[in-house]
Design a protein around this ligand. Sequence first.
Ligand code: PMP
Length: 359
Amino acid sequence: MSSRPFNFSAGPAALPEEVLARAAAEMLDWHGSGMSVMEMSHRGREFISIYEAAERDLRELLAVPPNFRILFMQGGGLGENAIVPMNLARTGRVDVVVSGSWSKKSAVEAARYADVKVVAEGFAPVEQWQRRDDADYLHICSNETIDGIEFHELPQLSGSVPLVVDCSSHVLSRFIDWSRVGLAFAGAQKNVGPAGVTLVFVREDLLGRALPICPSAFNYATVAAADSMFNTPPTYGIYIAGLVFQWLKDFSYAGKTGVAAIEQRNIDKAALLYGALDASGFYDNRVPANCRSRMNIPFYLRDERLNDAFLAGAKERGLLQLKGHKSVGGMRASIYNAMPLEGVKALVSYLQDFEKQHG
Ligand code: PMP
């Protein structure tokens, strides 16, 4: 479309340019209403129509079954680390798989409300998890944004313990097997829209279990009963998310549309980038092939003294925000839904040129 740089930020992250352009065009006057979406009452018919379309489109895109409620909340991923136990930890037993940095934080936060058991560390197979049959739920992070680790399939838990999934950094990049899920949550700022909206998908039978200390605005049953309007929801963020959902519904690639199309493009993008990294002795991705993320690809220059030169050169070529998370160093390319194939090709060609120059 235009000549904007390619933005590899882990989040808040690049949004589809068409969405930004449309939001700009509608900024002063949404559909002849004389108002910006930011200026509308959340209870007015204009905003309600925006909200209903967003909810409907999201449900359709991810084939969310009727026995799941979709809530548009606030508080982000870290907020949900407290909100989930306050809603579900009725008997006070929470199992967590610590597969990386974000699930580790979830375990620490849940311990403020419950007895937490870390049932596995790293990327152990589900049969090896030391689960408790009477836990209130089991938490996993299905895509570890910092470590670049992704569950390519959600675990199928035997028994009745609900699975809680933090899918913040890969929601809408692929389908979700809802038969395996009790609750899933996602901060918006990677694949969905601006920071400030948190999506919660909750199976109806898990509503109404909240601890007495749970704030009303974070009580899933209360929020669900009010169709996410118990208090003022993040209206502008929901509007942008709605535009992203429309963009995704219209998206086509390799003869597919919607989530199937974006998933295929994500597979192709990741294969291209991992292929280039693995073919080089100059760069290094350390994640085992069976759990590599399609969204977040951390890598290191074997000679780390070149890091600053690498980042400066990347910026000159219009490749932004490639610096790795401060806790792990190195580089990270986040290639969410909005990143076109051309962006990954541009990165691969830069990787090769930089290696030729410095290798
Ligand atoms: N979980 C995951 C997987 C994340 O990637 C992040 C943010 N990068 C969070 C939780 C925390 O989200 P927030 O900053 O919205 O609280």
